[in-house]
Design a protein around this ligand. Sequence first.
Ligand code: SF4
Length: 511
Amino acid sequence: MDTGRIIPIQSTAIEGDGMGCHAGGETLLAAAKAAGKSETLAQYALDYPRQQDAGPHDQPQSMCPAFGSLRVGLRMRRTATILSGSACCVYGLTFTSHFYGARRSVGYVPFNSETLVTGKLFEDIRDAVHAQAAEGELDAIVVINLCVPTASGVPLQLLPKEINGVRVIGIDVPGFGVPTHAEAKDVLAGAMLRYARQEIQNGPVAAPRGGRQDRPTITLLGEMFPADPVIIGQMLAPMGLAVGPSVPTREWRELYAALDCAAVAAIHPFYTASIREFEAAGRSIVGSAPVGLEGTQEWLQKIGEACNIAPDLIAKSRNDALHGLRDMLSRQSIKGRITLSGYEGSELLVARLLIECGAEVPYVGSACPATPWNAHDAEWLRAKGVQVQFRASLEQDMAAVHAFQPDLAIGTTPIVQKAKQLCIPSLYFTNLISARPLMGVAGAGSLVQVVQAAIGNKARFDAMKSFFGDAGAGHAAGVWEGVPKDRPEFKAETRRQLEKLMKKRKAEEMG
Ligand code: SF4
């Protein structure tokens, strides 16, 4: 085991545990830059740009970004994932992983102020990686630096690249550098693709588990409902194309197959680092997805052109796909106004599909940024009068619900909660919309069904509201033994104390 010398960490580092999301992004960012992470953070700023001229709410509300990378690692066969970060962050991330059915242990290398600033933490991580590599048959070990170790400059790039044939991938995924958990998936997927591409350049690599496809393949970018790649494969077949792996992949050797494609479909448009690797491998990228009539036509055309398919075969593929869709849409449609917001990155595709299924969609908000791969979808939506908000904040999503008074609000947890309070039927985007098929006839059919059923619940909300009235609202919220009493004098006193505290802090800051 290589236990080498201890690498000291910059003394400008954040000292000790307990600095986290609440410490202020700017403080952590400055510390990370001073601690030698400037290059990584500059690349993140280019790959995952924040909203220009943003106000105080410039950070979209999403879960801890590192969850995206962690989830990608945990879903891969023969891959161990180790976190390096504050205990509270690791607790939350582990909890969320198991909530989403990880069925795999999350590795953790704890630290304290001393091990952080002396560089011992890096040594502990290196020891953990060696121990893990020796333990069992693994393809890869992923080590993820969370906020504090990133801000302190813990140099994961100095970990060995390989131990006994086990690849070691160290990445920094700080909340102050990677805005959403969606983009954090790209951080790890991109790092793995880069590694796999270098392996391909260095010599022969393993074939896919089921052997190589005999037809040219299209690699799909983004986590999708399992039926979607199958549906896409059926649409591609008339052009003589097959569907390839989806990235993030479920196994290391799929990375080689993903790179060995005819073209890449950026179904989720925020995989900037991954796209960089595919472009370096000479692959062309096609944005958007086969959703709805127009979306499917355009997408199949672009895929066919990217793969130099004869026009008559492209036309056949389009016609075959459209036949079923036209039939389905003539029989079923959505009637109602819907606002839509989420942080998965597929919001624009869902909005397109909703509109093609008959819905009125005045607003779509995505926590993800505008990229070249969603530009066409944004343009299509704007031409239909939709307000498209990239890097949407909770406040903007909430304002849209108030302004447009939809029949259905599709959104994140706080949006759904707010909409329910307003007696507006709502659906949680992550669990109820992005976890179902979206492509082709199956996608349209399933979306129409779930949306119409939700809109039909309006009368139940009204009945509940009239039954409960204002019970449990405002000062009466919570659990009471007696009849709740409003105490305006307590509120006034608390406000007075807070104002006093703020004045004291201000005075201390000034001097
Ligand atoms: S790692 Fe996640 S939970 Fe921890 S401080 Fe950073 S953003 Fe917050």
